[in-house]
Design a protein around this ligand. Structure first.
Ligand code: ADP
Length: 625
């Protein structure tokens, strides 16, 4: 078989050489299951040499696709499939390796001949020095790096312990909260009930503590109602939602900074080529405030896999930034109470990066299940939605140099995690109209309530799980849902009864639930559970269900910072030269983070940390001059 094709190849080669074009190549294909579906490769051979590899797949942008591209380069360069999987993208890595192996077999070649040593570039391990060293190339770290350069840092070293940038940020599906943006201004305001409900519950629960803020929002809302123009939202309402959602455990100064600077963050994203143009409802927000990216067809897409490739490309194109992957920071170096840089290690060994300013952007500790259980024992045994790098390194490194922590036991579980794969199903689905039903086919909660409340309600149902119900209209409006269908998360039925049967659920009860819900949407009133955000009725067949339960999602606690992103010591003083941003910090989200506030956090505080670090370095240089 191989011989015959080789002969044919030789003939084709002769013919094409005669035609004066490049040497002909023959392609063989192979495929294997990755994270989001089939990874299919075409391997082009020149004789027995792998000349090039093309891959088709739907792996996560910014993560799986980076791993696949890198492994393809390594396989071609070393003529070997004995490449290491990329940390953080194991399934995508394994799939591309298996697919190429299959293609080699399909070509009638011996896989044993393609198992030679792999040239992986050993990273530099020489000691380095720079203006700012940033630990962690997730959302906050990359934003901080870009902002530090914008603010005058001449050299930034960005260390990332995994094989790809992105951390938990690349997994973020929702969007970014911001109040008072031009994107909101052009929308029609239909969220009076949401504002009124927030004001009511804020008065009932925090009437004294938040009296001034409540009064300000009431006044703003009254002014708007007297002369409604544009959309109603305000920095103060954003603050109020965040504080009420966080059970008022939040640090109010950090919340103010977040709410005040988020709209500017949206504008800044635009300057680096990232547009979050679609504004929608999300759990815990009184009004439409979450800003999401859309694709060419106008469908909303996941924010993390949209932003991370843009951040990464920007970082790589910025000559002042050196990004080192698979390089872990292990220790903050101090001298006389001031930061001197970090110790780091990679495949080449240990080295130091000297810098007057260090930004910790290592993310949270949601993937460190032992650490999670040590702070909150009830969460032992839960699945996690977190990227494997979220192990709390920055918290430990910060504590080792005297940093204070806050709210460490505040660990958020996300109510909609697909249990077989730990994949997070975006909250946006509920904002866009999905409902939750239990195994009995009944709704049991206001689906757009805060994550802690919805999660607790799910745990109380039979089997501690629930089903998210969506219809074809929702599928047509969202490429995210299409991805869930492709990944095999959904069960489908042409009628309510058929879906119920497929879920082993009481068909009559489920159909009744759906009809009642559609009537509630039409009336704009949910008498059963008081939900105030309605999208469209779920009346367009086919209908889909995704089985979900809560999983560990976000660690709200972390290093104590101030509004300049300076890390605060256990003595209450800023540690000179030490900054932190993103999930490694605590205090912004209080006892519960609202969806859309993590991206707001990485953008706002990533920028603050980058600015503060650059300003610190420039001030030091001025002093030295
Ligand atoms: P955030 O954007 O909130 O900072 P992410 O989870 O998106 O959070 O990003 C944190 C990043 O930090 C991840 O990519 C993670 O792999 C990386 N990281 C964690 N610990 C270290 C460490 N010790 N050295 C280098 N990178 C680290």
């Amino acid at each position: 078989m191989r011989k015959a094709t080789s002969l044919l190849l030789a003939l084709v080669m002769v013919l094409t050489m005669l035609a004066g074009t490049a040497m002909a190549q023959e392609a063989y294909t192979g495929s294997a299951m990755g994270n989001n579906g089939e990874v299919t490769v075409s391997v082009y051979f020149e004789g027995n040499q792998i000349a090039s590899i093309e891959a088709q797949h739907s792996e996560t942008a910014g993560l799986g696709d980076v791993a696949i591209a890198r492994l393809i380069d390594e396989m071609v360069a070393s003529q070997s499939v004995a490449v290491d999987t990329v940390a953080g993208a194991t399934n995508s890595s394994k799939a591309v390796i298996a697919a190429v192996t299959q293609a080699i077999e399909a070509a009638g070649l011996n896989v044993e001949d393609y198992m030679g040593p792999v040239d992986t570039a050993v990273q530099a391990t020489e000691d380095m020095s720079c203006d700012v060293v940033i630990v962690g190339a997730g959302g906050a770290g990359m934003v901080a790096a870009l902002q530090a350069v914008e603010d005058g840092a001449q050299s930034v070293v960005l260390l990332e312990k995994m094989g790809a940038t992105g951390g938990n940020t690349v997994r973020s599906t929702g969007g970014m909260n911001a109040a008072g943006t031009p994107e909101q201004a052009v929308m029609e305001f239909t969220e009076s009930a949401g504002v009124e409900k927030t004001l009511e519950s804020a008065k009932a629960d925090y009437g004294q503590e938040l009296a001034q803020l409540i009064q300000t929002v009431e006044q703003q809302y009254a002014d708007y109602q007297a002369a409604p123009e544009g959309y109603f939202d305000s920095v103060e309402l954003f603050e109020l939602d965040t504080l009420v959602g966080g059970k008022n455990l939040n640090d109010p100064a950090l919340v103010s900074a977040l709410a005040e600077q988020a709209a500017d963050g949206i504008a800044w994203l635009h300057t680096i080529g990232a547009d979050l143009t679609s504004v929608g409802s999300f759990g815990g927000a009184s009004v439409k405030r979450i800003h999401r990216p859309v694709n060419e067809e106008g469908k909303t897409i996941s924010v993390g896999s949209y932003l991370v490739p843009i951040f990464t490309q920007r970082v790589q194109e910025t000559p002042q930034i050196t990004l080192m992957l698979e390089t872990q920071a292990t220790e903050i170096l101090m001298d006389n109470g001031a930061v001197q840089g970090v110790k780091a290690k990679n495949a080449g060994g240990e080295f130091t990066v000297s810098a007057p300013a260090v930004v910790l952007a290592t993310g949270g500790f949601g993937a460190n299940l032992e650490m999670v259980a040590s702070y909150k024992p009830d969460l032992a045994g839960f699945v996690t939605t977190n990227a494997p790098g979220a192990t709390g390194d920055g918290i430990a490194m910060g504590q080792a140099v005297g940093a204070a922590t806050v709210d460490m036991e505040q660990i958020q579980i996300h109510p909609t995690v697909e249990q077989a794969t730990s994949a997070l199903i975006t909250e946006g689905l509920r904002g866009d109209g999905a409902i939750l039903v239990n195994q009995e086919g009944l709704r049991f909660i206001d689906e757009v309530g805060t994550r802690d409340v919805v999660s607790a309600a799910e745990i109380a149902q039979t089997g501690s799980y629930a089903y998210l119900i969506i219809d074809q209209k929702m599928v047509d409006a969202s490429s995210v849902i299409a991805g869930y269908i492709n990944s095999g998360y959904t069960v489908q039925g042409d009628t309510y009864e058929a879906l119920a049967q497929a879920l082993d659920m009481d068909a009559e009860a489920f159909a009744q639930t759906m009809n009642d819900w559609n009537a509630a949407v039409a009336a704009g009133e949910d008498a059963q559970f008081g939900r105030t955000s309605f999208a469209q009725p779920l009346d367009t067949a086919p209908f889909y269900a995704i089985k979900i339960a809560p999983g560990i999602h976000h660690t709200m606690g972390g290093l104590k910072i101030d509004t300049q992103a300076q890390v605060i010591s256990t003595e209450g003083q800023a540690i000179p030269g030490l900054f932190a941003a993103g999930e490694v910090t605590g205090g912004i989200h209080g006892a519960n983070r609202l969806g859309g506030n993590a991206v707001a956090d990485i953008v706002v505080f990533g920028r603050i940390a980058g600015s503060s670090a650059a300003a610190f370095v420039l001030a030091e240089q001025d002093l030295a001059a």
